[in-house]
Design a binder for this molecule. Sequence first.
Ligand code: PLP
Length: 354
Amino acid sequence: MVNFAAGEPDFDTPDFIKKGAIEAINAGYTKYTPSAGLPNLREKIAAKLQKDNNLNLEPGNIIVTTGAKYALFVALFGLLKEDDEAIIPSPYWVSYPEMVKLSGATAKFLSTDIAENFKINPKELEKAITSKTKVLILNYPSNPTGVTYSKEELEDIYNVLKGKDIFVISDEIYEKLIYDGRKHISFASIGDAGDFTITVNGFSKAFSMTGWRIGYLAGPDNIITELSKIIDHTTSCTSSITQWAAVTALDDSKWQDSIRDEFAKRRDVLYKGLNSQAKLEPVKSEGTFYMFCDIRKTGLNSLDFSTKLLNEQLVSCIPAHAFGLDGFIRFSFSTALEQINKGIERIDKFLKNL
Ligand code: PLP
């Protein structure tokens, strides 16, 4: 079996982070924490957001959550009500539409095009906004397309939203996995966007901590005060042990650099392999560990492509109809180089037999 379906880093959580958790257990830090998170963790997150993301935030502007997924849910559930609309650029990460539905609001999809590298077209965004629009969800580097935005592109989006009563929820969970010398820019750092943006991030992808369940959201005071009440009455707080592990994680960025370099090598090998196939058109990922690929020339829809590839060659991948766009496949390169090479050989056989 070759697994191109993984949605998490294949590396183990680094030892220095595990040690932080073990020390917390031994020190007896095993009780409830404040619902918005440990004060020292919120301080460290605020310092990280200042240093890496150019965001001027206090620890009081941050809420620690049980994964970035719960941060997104809390933000959407807190901001949206029935009759509101949330704009979701498509293709999208699978959970956004479901979370919007759970809040009682309506998801409005904003299609993006391969010809524009799957980026939001500001004119189309303008057209999608109605008097009911309450939220725009941004996600970059993007799952599933792997594309990201430059400062200028973010400014174009900001210019559309400026002065309108719309919140941006900016999911930046893949910010550390970004390639070719690009620099991640947080939407909240553009103009006065910090006044209407909730930045979501976490530890799952950046520190290979998916099972620890920790993320956070950061935003303006008035919103944070209200959103922390949702934590109060749902999870109470994120696991104290996980929070201490996260405190340790933020002490070191060298490990992150090393996995980014490894992912970049894998991306190049996968891109070259897929691109050498006449019937496939991969989009070279600018970030994340996903590669989006146009399979329309094969004549198959995405579900048939992925099912046949699995049955005939034991290669798994994700059909993009799950992300709101047929005719594309998401390949994950969160797997060893040797497996990627094996997978490419099998895809070659599969296409020859088609
Ligand atoms: N946002 C995106 C775009 C993701 O791909 C994921 C996980 O796959 C998450 C959020 C959730 O991350 P977490 O594990 O921190 O809940």
